[in-house]
Every structure is written in C-alpha cells, then in structure tokens.
Write a protein that binds this ligand. Structure first.
Ligand SMILES: [Ca+2]
Length: 291
C-alpha cells in the first residue's frame, strides 16, 4: 500500500465493515467514498445504495489510475487517467431486473438471477433510459442519435475508463485483485470453471469496491466507441471514447473466455446493433452507472 493511500485504505476498511459488500484487497486511489442522498434512494449509507428499482449500487470514489497495459496493442500505452465519482451497479443486470422493466427476456440461457444476455448495445441504452424514467430521473440517451447527456442524473453505461477504474479498485496488475490467474477462479466465472455457461450474479468474491463479476460471467457493454489507437490520444480526465465509430466496447471477458481475456485491461468490441437483424452474443451483458 502506498503511503498516500493509507488514510483511504482505512476508510475502505470501515466501508467494508459497515456494508459487508466490499473486501479490502488493495489500495484504492484518491478520494474517499462520498455518500450522497436523494429521495429516490431508499437505502443509502456508507457508499452503498439500493435504488428504487431494488438494484444495489456502490459509490465509486473519484481518483486517478493507470489505464491500459503493454500487453496488447489496443491497450497501449498505459496512461494516467482521472475519474470523477459515480455510482455503479454491484452486479451485472439480471434477467429478472431486465424483464421487469422491459417486458421481455432476450437471454438464451434462462435464470432469474443470471445476467441478462444477448443484449445489444442499443438494448442496454434503452434499459438505462427506462430505469431512469422509472425512478424519476432524467434519461441520458437520445434514442434517435444515441447521444449521451452526461449531465443528466439518469442511468447510462460506464465509459471504458470508468469501467476499468472500477474494475481495478486500486489494483495495478492484470486482475482486480493482488495476484495472477491462479486466483481468478475465486473472483470470476471463466472458461476453466464456468462449464460453458453463465452463473447467477454475486457468487464470486467481489473486488475492493464491492463489485461482483466485473471479470468473467458476461462481457459488459461500455459507452465508448472502439478505436485501436484511442489510448494514444485520449483526454486525461474522464475520457469518453472517440466521437464516432463502427463498434462499441465490451469489457471484462466472459464465461466462455480464457484467463487472458478476463483482465482489467483487455478490450473487446462488437457492432452496437443498430439493425435489428444483428443479434448479440449469449455472453454480452452490461451494468449501469449514474451520478
Ligand atoms: Ca462481467
């Protein structure tokens, strides 16, 4: 643990003791978790919140981290990024949560507490807007252009930088915990232990922020358009990806993937699904963030 992070480490310990949600496995950068309160939140304390839609979220404190890796061309160069605070779902969006709001379940393998899958990027954005409306928040997305209003208080997909920052939770290595692939099975469903299917959310050890299944289970759509060379030109604060592109980013690897594909930094992308003929894969899911 770096000395500058000692105070925050102590605070994270307190957070863990209060919520039982987060495990303190590594240092967490920068500012301590800031607790917010709003009338829509039925139960919010010590950085954890349960939304009106009964989906648990955790407050991710803002901070600075090293994004990327030398391990792959599109993740290079590693670069310093500053992230503003935000709330993030503790879990991948479940099939029951998706169906309750959207009226249908697109998943190939059905399970109420399993992550919803075969979700296109555009489906995820529609879910975000529906969830915002359900809670009286301002929707982030213009469904005619898919432009995102980052000033809105509603739900949206995490930016790729937010996703990696939240996934790392202070870890500087390949994974969201200290150590290597030999420990991945404690934290993730991936090829070696998943038996070629996704599993109910929240069964594995969470990261230091209290986030489950960031690595493995289903890949998670992010807000950003994909560009192989984006890291060489991205802004230093709250980068939001290229202005346009052909594919959007997925992160975290999946039950079908190897340990190498389930790292904090590995990037993946696919077509966002503008055309209804484009059916997403059965290992594509997502989780939401908001202010
Ligand atoms: Ca995941």
């Amino acid at each position: 643990m770096q000395s500058g992070h000692l105070a925050l480490g102590m605070l994270l310990t307190t957070l863990w003791m209060v919520t039982g949600c987060a495990e303190r496995r590594s240092t967490v950068p920068a500012e301590p978790p800031a607790t917010t309160s709003s009338p829509e939140n039925e139960n919010e304390s010590a950085g954890q919140a349960t939304t009106a839609g009964a989906i648990p979220m955790v407050m991710i404190p803002g901070g600075q981290f090293t994004m990327g890796s030398d391990g792959q061309q599109d993740a290079s160069p590693p670069h310093t990024v500053t992230i503003s605070p935000f709330h993030m779902d503790c879990n991948e969006v479940t099939q029951e949560a998706y169906e309750q709001l959207m009226g249908h379940n697109p998943s190939r393998r059905v399970g109420a507490r399993n992550p919803v899958e075969r979700v296109r990027w555009t489906d995820a954005l529609k879910f975000c807007n529906a969830r915002s409306i359900q809670e009286g928040r301002k929707p982030c997305y213009d469904t005619a252009t898919w432009a995102c209003d980052f000033a809105a208080d509603g739900y949206r997909l995490p930016t790729e930088a937010e996703w990696e920052y939240a996934c790392r939770a202070g870890s500087t290595g390949d994974y969201s915990f200290e150590g290597g692939a030999e420990r991945l099975a404690d934290h993730a469903w991936f090829r070696d232990n998943a038996r070629r299917k996704h599993h109910p959310v929240g069964q594995k050890t969470p990261n230091a922020f209290g986030l489950y299944d960031m690595l493995g289970n289903v890949r998670e759509w992010c807000h950003d358009w994909y560009a192989v060379d984006y890291y060489g030109q991205s802004p230093a604060t709250d980068p939001r990806g290229p202005a346009a592109g052909e594919k959007t980013v997925l992160r975290g690897g999946a039950f079908s993937g190897s340990a190498d594909s389930c790292t904090c930094w590995a990037r993946y992308c696919d077509e966002p699904g503008f055309a209804d003929a484009c059916v997403a894969s059965d290992d594509y899911g997502f989780r939401c963030v908001r202010k």
